[in-house]
Design a binder for this molecule. Structure first.
Ligand code: CU
Length: 164
């Protein structure tokens, strides 16, 4: 009885060591396989942001087209270069991204307000700078960010975004 128990213990110890060896091997293999791949894990809203500039000009937005990728954190810097106020909206983009925050800065780049919560639209005074931090979560094509004032989008104040 006692001998059998000792033998079981020895077998268990052996199985335990074998298990650790197998686990170590798996970890090493896993690290080798993952290195070189972009891993989408952890808090995606805390990664280093990809900065993208969007300039509101007299009769157009620059650039006219932007490409983004799901899973990356973007800092979309919107600058009003005109002498009037514009109403910036992007309803479809809003639905396809997770918004971390919105920072409002003056023309000198000093932060005035940090807003938490979803982006719905904003009025941007001349010289004001808005930084919209978000992670795209759904793909899409021809997603517009535009000025909602009558005639402004039609005049060219819009940018179309592709999310891959
Ligand atoms: Cu406008």
């Amino acid at each position: 009885m006692g001998g059998g128990c000792l033998k079981r213990k020895a077998n268990m110890a052996h199985a335990h060591r074998a298990g650790i060896t197998a686990l170590t091997l798996l970890l090493v293999m896993g690290q080798t396989a993952l290195s070189g791949l972009v891993s989408a894990s952890g808090d995606l809203s805390r990664q280093k942001p990809v900065e993208v500039r969007l300039q509101v000009e007299a009769n157009y937005f620059r650039p006219a087209h932007l490409e983004m990728e799901t899973g990356l954190l973007y800092k979309l810097v919107i600058e009003n270069k005109t002498s009037e106020t514009h109403r910036i909206v992007a309803p479809e983009l809003t639905d396809r991204v997770f918004t971390r925050k919105i920072e409002v800065r003056d023309s000198q780049g000093r932060m005035m307000v940090l807003l938490e919560g979803q982006f719905r639209g904003l009025e941007q005074a001349p010289g004001a700078r808005v930084e919209w931090w978000f992670v795209p979560v759904a793909t899409g094509d021809g997603i517009a960010i535009f000025c909602d004032k009558p005639g402004h989008a039609e005049a060219g104040k819009k940018t179309l975004i592709t999310i891959k």
